[in-house]
Design a protein around this ligand. Sequence first.
Ligand code: SAH
Ligand code: SF4
Ligand code: F3S
Length: 438
Amino acid sequence: MMEKYYFIMTYGCQMNIHESEKIAGILENLGYKATDCVENADVIAFNTCCIRETAEQKIMGHIGSLEKLKKNKPHVKIVLCGCMTQQEGKGEEIKSKYPYVDYILGTHNIDQLHDLLEKQSKSKILVEQTDGYITENMPVTRTSMPNAWVNIIYGCNNFCTYCIVPYVRGRERSRSMQSIKAEVESLVAEGYKEITLLGQNVNSYGNDLKDGSSFAKLLNELAQIPGDFRLRFMTSHPKDFTDDVIEAIASNDKICKHIHLPVQAGSTNMLKAMNRKYTRESYLELVDKIKTKIPSVGITTDIMVGFNGETDEDFEETLSLVEKCKFSSAFCFVYSKRKGTVGYNMTNIVPQEVKKERIKRLIALQNKITRQGNSKYLGNVFEILVEDVNSKFENTYCGRTDCGRLVNFKSDKNILNQFVKVKVTKGTSATLWGEIQE
Ligand code: SAH
Ligand code: SF4
Ligand code: F3S
């Protein structure tokens, strides 16, 4: 029999990266094999993101570039799925612009891919409008050894006024503690060394189950699983970050001391306009409390500039919050309006030049803080999980510290997927370098 191949292109967040592993699982069950070369593929799947307009534009461009390929090889199936396709009317819009796309699947319709391909169905748009449900036991093809992603909660209930995620991912649905634990146990048995728990807001884990499950309980439970592994999680929402979660992180060696705690803005006015449900002061207090209880912690964040109504004073407050918090790193974004959100209809828009100026200043400030933070690590020894080869240099590997910093180091032996002790020897720039300790 002829070999059949699939190619998956993933856009967006960790959630999507993990979902692509599920798409790969479906395709491998149908007998397809992975290829890195789009020209060789019989199925081409784009797992899309629509968090910002730039993300969508990039994807649209990539779909456009498949036209010739599809003309030359009409048997190739082109599949679009992920967040972008779930937006109202988007499926039809894409189909009219790019008629050669075969299957357009919404975020709740991924499991239907199996049947569509098995039956080689005619082209179809399947986008279900629902709050969502959970499909357990989907096949998963992981490609990220020694890291594994595990969903703990799907969807989002927060409706931050700028954000499209609640509209394309449905309401919060937590998996049962039992099924999460079973998955983590089997991953540890398979040799995965780092398990990252995923959710848009991991701190609200369990609220919808109404059986007493909570994120703190889940962390404590998972940290009891025996074996040589560690746990990470993302993303934390500041409004729900309870003391028992801080306690769970502080008291379990297996839980990494890294918290991704998106602040978005430093002024209470903006936070209110964004519907974030915390204030500048309560965020600063939370950061203080975390740093006191977990001294080795690394806190990272997301920040957005130029949301509707953001004044110079508001922006200065963002800069001063960044100075105060000393984040180990920050993802900085320019606000992009998204159809269907509350922000879309607001009229107090910040001009593009102002947004550009602000993002430049913000990034420059955070870069300075990142470098200063890194230089403090000089001489410290960290336990690092060797995750990858740094192919730019000879015999060079890289991996993360418990607190989330990426470190490069040399080794003559193949040390991939192992925990090693590394002393930081160069820490003045954005990247850290170190030496393995015997
Ligand atoms: N659930 C996470 C965020 C997921 S989206 C949380 O609540 O923190 C990842 C980041 O994208 C957000 O933290 C925000 O900074 C950014 N983002 C979301 N919507 C955006 C928009 N419309 N324009 C620009 N950035 C946006
Ligand atoms: Fe978007 Fe807010 Fe939900 Fe995060 S918490 S996914 S920013 S709506
Ligand atoms: Fe993630 Fe983008 Fe969807 S950030 S949840 S893939 S809109």
